[in-house]
Design a protein around this ligand. Structure first.
Ligand code: D5M
Ligand code: FE
Ligand code: ZN
Length: 554
């Protein structure tokens, strides 16, 4: 394994049971033979050392005739550029100082003067108008792609879809163990290079009062009698209690935690060693340096969800207006249609649903949906994933529609994939996830952190946790699998969800977030839970610039 990057040096040291401070890691990574330098550093470390210091590394390098000259910080090998970059590119650390606030999207010159940063609760400033409302929001930086194709000679379309699972889970206890173990491994891997951490079993034996850090899955969160937060973190060696004092400026971070997410903490062990007083939280997070990819030509995608065909409240009028618009010159560049679940209303989804069904047979609902899909121009590329109203298992990840349903929906030759899936459209990666966990995030977090009026806030928390459905056992059903397919291993360029029937958009560390409203008026059930849906909006993304335009069709 090449060891030219700090992350790899950290891994190698961890394999020997050591951490090192950041400067020491950089010194080792800059060696022409990092492997040998690490071995020497480890061999000569004092017995009780857990963390290798830069001084120690310098001392052994000074006695090493072929080692680099550190008084002159010239990189020793080609890996050192990458090394020095990544040593200071910690993804955002949540210190409660506001550093993880969503990045404002106003940078890119909104067309309207309302100062659209991200989308709040007021859909359609032009509500009531029968014309489509158009609101452009620049949600990205400059495009990185270059248009060398010349206008009029469009390169071929390119689209790939990944994430389609063929379920391997048996539902056995071992599958739950392996899915959570895999989650821990994947997310701990994202945190390891950034935190000086030890396994919990080692921390239990450390000197009381010393500094310590650990990476764990949140197994419990409770308030103490005096109003502090006690967060129990679990890793593969045990659990350890971590106390967040209520008067610390980052204490509110504890309120954003969900059970089963993976975080890292650093702090000081109590005098009796049995608890860690937290000084900092670290989330897997999206690196601030993320640069979204863009298409090489002018091409657009419409991102929608929650069509609910078969419901009495399905808005056929709005749908047909949208489909008709797609045939107009204005929509010439809209070549892709991404649908993030709830194609149909389904049956037996909530109590009393049958009284509001227009079509009572689930297959007839898909037949009708297919007819509506045919209104869309035949040359559009369509991608569909299921939602909780669709006829696939509820537990996530939800597999793609089966053969019978694919046959019914074959009209458009649509790409049909699992929930969640990543679809890469002309280089732009879109993480499509129906969004059932948004209910959970909104229910668990304080109102100012996540609400139905601003689904993009809940989406931002999922991005920070690098997991689409962190909490197990509530609204979201997680399927036992060998692997956790719900971890965001790669940073998406666009995060597309639906489910809550509210329009919301924004940008977080240059990831464009879009929650795409619905095509169904308020149901009695939604009335009973006070849900006022946003109906008939189509967010359109320019894939070359990542600018977003919201159109309304009611
Ligand atoms: O979800 C539409 C919205 O309605 C979503 O935010 C959840 C909410 N909803 C749906 N079912 C329930 C139940 N049983 N309790 C509370 N809230 C709910 P959709 O998936 O389209 O039904
Ligand atoms: Fe829905
Ligand atoms: Zn839904």
């Amino acid at each position: 394994m090449p060891l030219e990057t700090p992350a790899r040096v950290v891994q190698e040291l961890a394999a020997h049971g050591y951490n090192a401070d950041r400067q020491a890691v950089t010194l080792l990574a800059n060696q022409s033979d990092p492997q040998r330098a690490i071995e020497r550093a480890v061999e000569t470390a004092p017995d009780d050392t857990l963390v290798l210091s830069a001084d120690h590394v310098r001392a052994i390098l000074d006695t090493e005739p072929t080692a680099g000259d550190y008084s002159n910080s010239t990189p020793q090998n080609t890996g050192s550029k990458e090394g020095s970059e990544s040593s200071n590119t910690n993804p955002s650390v949540s210190t409660g100082d506001g550093s993880t606030k969503p990045q404002q999207v106003s940078e890119g010159s909104p067309v309207e003067t309302k100062g659209l940063q991200d989308r709040g609760s007021e859909p359609a400033s032009a509500a009531g108008s029968t014309q489509p409302t158009s609101t452009a929001v620049a949600a990205s930086q400059q495009p990185s792609g270059t248009d060398d194709s010349g206008s009029g000679t469009s390169p071929e379309r390119s689209i790939t879809v990944s994430g389609d699972i063929s379920s391997t889970g048996t539902g056995a206890y071992e599958d739950f163990v392996s899915v959570f173990r895999d989650r821990y491994e994947k997310l701990a891997g994202q945190l390891r290079g950034r935190v000086n951490h030890r396994p919990t079993e080692t921390i239990e034996n450390m000197t009381p009062g010393s500094d310590a850090g650990l990476i764990g899955m949140v197994s419990d969160i409770r308030t103490t009698a005096s109003g502090h937060w006690l967060v129990e973190l679990e890793d593969t060696t045990g659990t350890f209690p971590c106390l967040v004092m209520k008067d610390r400026d980052f204490a509110s971070e504890a309120l954003t935690l969900l059970t089963d997410e993976v975080v890292a903490v650093e702090g000081t062990l109590a005098d009796d060693g049995g608890i860690l007083f937290v000084d900092t939280f670290h989330f897997p997070d999206i690196p601030r340096t993320h640069k979204p990819s863009t298409a090489d030509r002018k091409v657009e995608a419409a991102l929608i969800s929650d069509i609910h065909v078969g419901s009495e409240e399905f808005r056929a009028d709005a749908w047909s207006e949208f489909a008709a618009w797609l045939h107009t010159d204005e929509a010439d560049h809209v070549e892709y249609l991404l649908i993030a679940g709830d194609m149909v209303e389904g049956i037996g989804v909530y109590p009393g649903q049958d009284e509001e069904l227009d079509i009572v047979d689930i297959y007839d609902q898909y037949e009708r949906f297919s007819e509506y899909l045919k209104e869309v121009p035949g040359d559009m590329e369509v991608v569909m994933i299921p939602g909780n109203h669709d006829a696939v298992r509820l537990a996530e990840p939800q597999p793609a529609f089966d053969e019978e349903l694919r046959d019914i929906m074959s009209a458009h030759d649509a790409r049909i994939s699992a929930n969640p899936s990543t679809v890469t459209v002309e280089g732009v990666s879109v993480l499509m996830y129906h969004g059932v966990s948004l209910d959970e995030v909104i229910a668990e977090l304080p109102e100012e952190e996540a609400s139905y009026d601003r689904p993009q806030d809940a989406m931002r928390h999922l991005l920070r946790k690098r997991h689409v459905a962190p909490q197990y056992g509530g609204h979201t059903r997680v399927a036992p699998e060998a692997e956790d397919h719900l971890v965001m291993e790669e940073v998406p360029d666009i995060f597309h969800t639906g489910h809550v029937h509210k329009l919301g958009y924004g940008s977080y560390h240059n990831v464009t977030m879009i929650n795409s409203s619905c095509w169904q008026s308020q149901t009695d059930f939604q009335k009973s839970v006070n849900l006022e849906p946003d109906v008939g909006y189509a967010p359109i993304v320019d894939l070359q610039t990542l600018d977003l335009t919201i159109r309304q069709f009611v």
